[in-house]
Design a protein around this ligand. Structure first.
Ligand SMILES: Cc1cc2nc3c(=O)[nH]c(=O)nc-3n(C[C@H](O)[C@H](O)[C@H](O)COP(=O)(O)OP(=O)(O)OC[C@H]3O[C@@H](n4cnc5c(N)ncnc54)[C@H](O)[C@@H]3O)c2cc1C
Length: 744
């Protein structure tokens, strides 16, 4: 029973939060008010329909996962049936369908309910089931998703209460349809890159980003307007409060709140998406955009505020309806506290039912370049190693320019297929002129690179667990560590035990919370990087550009890296070097807008993150090591960290193998890892660049050109004579500075 429950509590609970179920609840309350229904029959109908709606929605998702289980496995996408035998999966789907049928039967005799129900069941079933697979039929697939998720369930809600053929129901259904369009179009826009990789031919994949972004902007605007229409319907249809000689509609507060929000929201989505900016009020994921007024008007207003308000009003008219207020209130509080449906409590394991703990020699946290390199080294050395990755696949959310120096190619052993573009020239744009140098470089896409590195570690024998977000790492007695993670696909907790834990989880590492090791991210220890991927199919650009613009980034630079079909344009800034009047995004946009060849290109992706500029004080503790960004192994001046992470990962892997062989996991034994890194040329370079940064940063306030000067002298200084360097240091007092066009 627990297993069945955990299946139902996966996505279907997630659905409850902001899905058609709550819009339908608002519709049911509206019917109650408009008809002035009360009594236990009404309460029974609403509750029964709620269960019908929940199990029907769960069925829709289960049948979709059942049909896609193999496809999702290959694409690394979450699927509730991963690890479950096909027979059981069919059984679970059948249970959902059966419960829905039982709850729907009492409504079957009501006008229009049965044909609508059959239409919904067929659309939901053949949306993903072969041979029809509506979802792979471009625009038809999009229409089928929207129909099955929004207007049909809403029409069923009205038909269940015998209120379908009214103009109020029509306005509600129109609004809910638009919500469906926005939600699904946004979903396709968000998933476009991943669907392209998985080979799915969705509408967004077929028509490209610009088309889907326009459609999204338009649907968000119409949705906002239709919310107003719904409030007007309520104003007209619902009974007013009579206070003496006055009859006041209780809808007014809602309508006033809506009208107050309107000037700040109407037109914004369309304009911003048309400008090529990335906005997505339906993206509720932690990495999604900040929750602003657009989010408020599209989410909490219709799905929390509206049903709760209507329930209160129903209670005023007939007190037994208080059951709705209590139910909704408990649910809202429950999710707001963060203990609700979005996170399962059941302890289980990604590999199989009931297998709650897994034991390894080493657990590596994070499947970026450094984690994959460490895991590969350990697996090659014969250790049993788990590689845990929070995302659906390694590199899914990697924020990086993907630039790798030609000299590091051999070290990484990259196959040609991963190289998006080979660059031979680099242009430096200084405030005093520009230089071009010969500079072999390759551009990669981190989604592809990280995936490949992780596959290499799996080929060597490591076990990769995706969707596994580590929460806590604890040292146990008897020389062991315990790593507790959430399996984000099944929403269950998983515990791994091992002799060693290696933190390779990037700059926001959990290491300092687990022991005396690792990088701590603060404005003083990390730079900020932000980039846009701009569409440019078959870009002819064969060089990359580095721009030093103190007004935009006093300690940092802007870059343009050309990949095959896009440009990666970004900037880094050391937060302590700038005043905070301008956001990072505004700085990047100012640069892009200043370039006629960039300004009108659609933005395919926007991402950013912290870049360590100060190495961690300690890379080891009892039973623990830290590597890559999590150890601050980045060149502080150039912000390059991929190759450093791979080298650090290998050293950590070698040390782990030695520890496994000797059975000694003490800090004293593991200290050799840090000593080796610091003695290596890369370790010395990161330390040198970090020290120089810290020493020069205070002077940067007096001379905003200092960073550009240091970069030219350090990396292009070979082409300058001593007196030329002195003249350069005196800029802008001496303005004639040499910037030789050098071809090395
Ligand atoms: C904007 C920007 C541009 C950059 N450009 C370049 C460049 O062009 N060239 C270059 O060499 N370097 C570049 N860097 C630096 C480079 O990206 C990093 O140094 C490099 O990614 C470090 O690799 P890593 O494996 O240590 O960490 P990451 O790449 O950050 O990998 C960490 C992994 O751990 C996972 N993870 C995190 N927390 C958890 C958890 N709790 N549980 C499970 N998994 C978790 C993450 O999902 C991720 O996959 C750039 C950085 C930024 C921010």
């Amino acid at each position: 029973m627990r297993k069945v429950w955990s299946l139902f509590s996966w996505r279907s609970w997630g659905l409850i939060r902001y899905n058609s179920v709550w819009q339908n609840v608002a519709a049911l309350f509206y019917v109650g008010l408009a008809r002035q229904w009360s009594g236990l029959d009404y309460i029974r109908d609403v509750l029964l329909f709620l269960i019908f709606s929940l199990t029907g929605t769960a069925y829709g998702y289960l049948i979709n996962d059942l049909a896609d289980v193999e496809l999702d496995r290959r694409a690394g996408k979450p699927n509730v049936f991963h690890g479950l035998r096909r027979g059981r999966a069919i059984g679970v789907t059948a249970i959902a369908f059966g419960v829905m049928v039982v709850c729907g039967l009492p409504f079957a005799a009501r006008p229009d309910f049965l044909p609508l129900w059959i239409a919904w069941a067929l659309t939901a079933t053949f949306y993903s089931l072969p041979p029809v697979r509506l979802k792979e039929r471009g625009a038809v697939g999009l229409v089928a998703t929207i129909l099955a998720q929004q207007p049909l369930p809403a029409a069923l809600a009205f038909a269940a209460l015998g209120y379908l053929c009214t103009w109020g129901a029509l306005v509600f259904i129109a609004y809910i349809t638009l919500r469906g369009i926005s939600s699904d179009v946004g979903h396709q826009m968000r998933d476009r890159a991943r669907d392209e990789v998985a080979g799915a031919t969705t509408f967004a994949v077929r028509h490209g980003h610009t088309a889907i972004a326009r459609l999204y902007g338009l649907s968000l605007e119409v949705e906002t307007l239709l919310l107003g229409a719904v409030l007007i319907v309520l104003l007209v249809d619902a009974p007013p409060f009579v206070l003496g000689a006055w009859a006041v509609s209780p809808v007014w507060p809602l309508l006033i709140a809506y009208l107050a929000l309107l000037p700040f929201t109407l037109g914004r989505a369309w304009m911003r998406l048309n400008r090529g900016e990335w906005i997505d009020p339906y993206d509720e994921s932690p990495e999604g955009p900040p929750r602003d007024l657009l989010h408020l008007i599209h989410h909490p207003f219709p799905t929390v505020l509206l049903p709760l308000y209507l329930a209160l009003w129903l209670t005023v008219l007939d007190w037994p309806n208080v059951v709705f207020v209590v139910g909704l209130g408990c649910y809202t509080g429950y999710t707001a506290l963060g203990v609700g449906p979005q996170r399962g409590r059941c302890r289980n394991c990604a590999a199989g039912w009931g297998d709650a703990r897994m034991d390894f020699d080493v657990v590596v946290i994070g499947a970026g370049p450094s984690g994959a390199a460490a895991a590969r080294e350990i697996a090659q050395g014969g250790g049993r190693v788990a590689l845990l990755e929070r995302d659906a696949y390694p590199g899914q959310r990697a924020a990086c320019g993907g630039g790798i120096e030609g000299a590091d190619l051999e070290l990484l052993g990259l196959p040609d297929s991963l190289i998006q573009r080979r660059i031979t020239r680099r242009e430096h744009h200084f405030p005093w002129g520009h230089t071009v140098i010969a500079d072999p470089h390759v551009i990669t896409l981190r989604q592809e690179l990280d995936r490949w590195l992780a596959e290499e570690s799996v080929a060597a024998g490591a076990e990769l667990f995706t969707h596994t977000r580590v929460r806590v790492v604890k040292r146990l007695a008897a020389k062991r560590v315990e790593v507790t993670a959430d399996d984000r696909a099944t929403q269950q907790a998983v515990t791994y035990t091992a002799r060693l834990a290696i933190f390779a989880d990037g700059p926001h590492t959990l290491a300092p919370r687990a022991g005396k090791l690792g990088f701590t991210c603060t404005p003083a220890t990390a730079a900020l990087g932000l980039f846009y991927e701009l569409a440019w199919p078959n870009t002819p650009m064969a060089h990359h550009e580095i721009h030093f613009a103190p007004a935009i980034s006093p300690w940092g630079y802007l870059w343009i890296f050309p990949a095959r079909d896009l440009l990666n344009v970004g900037l880094t800034v050391l937060p302590s070097s700038v005043n905070r009047t301008q956001t990072l995004e505004a700085r990047l946009r100012a640069f892009i807008d200043s370039r006629f060849d960039l300004r009108d290109r659609p933005i395919l992706r926007r991402a950013g993150g912290h870049i360590p500029v100060v190495p961690a004080a300690r890379f080891y503790d009892d039973n623990m090591l830290v590597v890559g960004d999590a150890a601050g192994m980045v060149d502080a001046l150039t912000d390059a960290g991929i190759a450093n992470g791979v080298c650090g990962g290998r050293l950590a892997g070698q040390t782990a193998c030695e520890a496994l062989a000797s059975g000694d996991y003490s800090a004293a034994f593991l200290a050799r890892y840090q000593a080796r890194w610091q003695a290596s040329p890369r370790g010395q370079m990161t330390r040198f660049q970090s020290r120089l940064t810290r020493a020069l940063l205070p002077v940067n306030r007096l001379d905003p050109y200092l960073y550009a000067k240091v970069m030219q002298i350090l990396f292009l200084g070979r082409d300058l004579r001593r007196w030329q360097k002195l003249r350069l240091l005196a800029y802008p007092l001496i303005r004639s500075v040499l910037t030789p066009d050098t071809q090395r």
